[in-house]
Ligand binder design. Sequence first.
Ligand SMILES: C=C(O[C@@H]1C=C(C(=O)O)C=C[C@H]1O)C(=O)O
Length: 366
Amino acid sequence: MTTLNLEELRKQIDNIDEKIQTLITQRAEIAQSVARAKYAQEAQPNFYRPEREADILLRVIERNQKNQPKVLPDESLTPIFREIISACLSLQKPLKVAYLGPQGTYSQAATAKHFGHGAHTVPVQTIEEVFREVETDRAQYGVVPVENSTEGGVNQTLDCFMSSDLKICGEIELPIHHCLLSQSGDITRLVRVYSHQQSLAQCRSWLSGHLPAVNCIAVSSNAEAARRAAEEPDTAAIAGITAAERYHLQVVKANIEDYPQNTTRFAVLGKHFVPRTGRDKSSFLLSAAQSNHSGALLRLLKPFSDNGLNLTRIESRPSRQNLWEYVFFIDLDGHIEDEAVKTALDLLTTHASLVKHLGSYPRAIA
Ligand SMILES: C=C(O[C@@H]1C=C(C(=O)O)C=C[C@H]1O)C(=O)O
């Protein structure tokens, strides 16, 4: 009886799979027609449309809310749709996306999460190189880390924005779960732990609580840490689970980050303007006029608050032009084409010596 049922259920699944496949193929054919329509409008169209993709994914989530209780969590459904979109987009035009490598880093995971497997992803060695790849059109897009919820801003990225004209076309949020990895999987004989300094910092309490005597050594990336751990006994790496697979390491302990909600935010770099979705964020680089006068920062921020705008982040970096002068990186909820944002920017001109729009883009989606 059970066997019969199982067979029957599998038959139902096979039928559904056949339908899904037919529908995906139909969708891909329509995406090809969309490409022709884009060519009819422009000689060199932007095939990748983050605002349209965000809209599709939000509707996936919205439809899923209606299933109560939910059968699948949003986080299981959205990657499936991202892959379908990625495959359809690759039929229109395969995208080349540069990211901070090597393979096995969280930047690679963020790139795969956002662009799916239809994109051609290229690891490069530094954040500066990601910018350069896109600036020189060797890649159409780039993915760089911007901030981590435990450790704060990634200074190299912020500094690159000061001199670059690239725009932020999207943001990616990636929950970061660190694993302790080693050849043997045995925690007792460890003398050394390698990782990127950000990851070591994100696991600081766990390390001092569980491995107080080991030597923690910062290396250029988590993937490099995993590569070394695969070669040296008595050594572990802190890295993501994909690095374990790639470097054939055992998981000594999973989820060793000090804060379980540990998340890194990445920016998608590109050259084109992204239209409004109604659920956007904008990033600006600001510098106060008369920055050494009392209330300079207050005057810089007041136009945002007067227009009811929510700042989601503010960070300062040395201006690198005059001693003890700073630039401020600001993220807010809203799009440059929103009336409130336009008014705030108009008001800002008298109080700011620099206002650089780094981009408006759809908010990250699970
Ligand atoms: C199909 C389009 O092109 C691309 C592919 C998409 C998709 O497969 O849904 C969505 C947006 C674009 O990145 C489009 O612009 O609608």
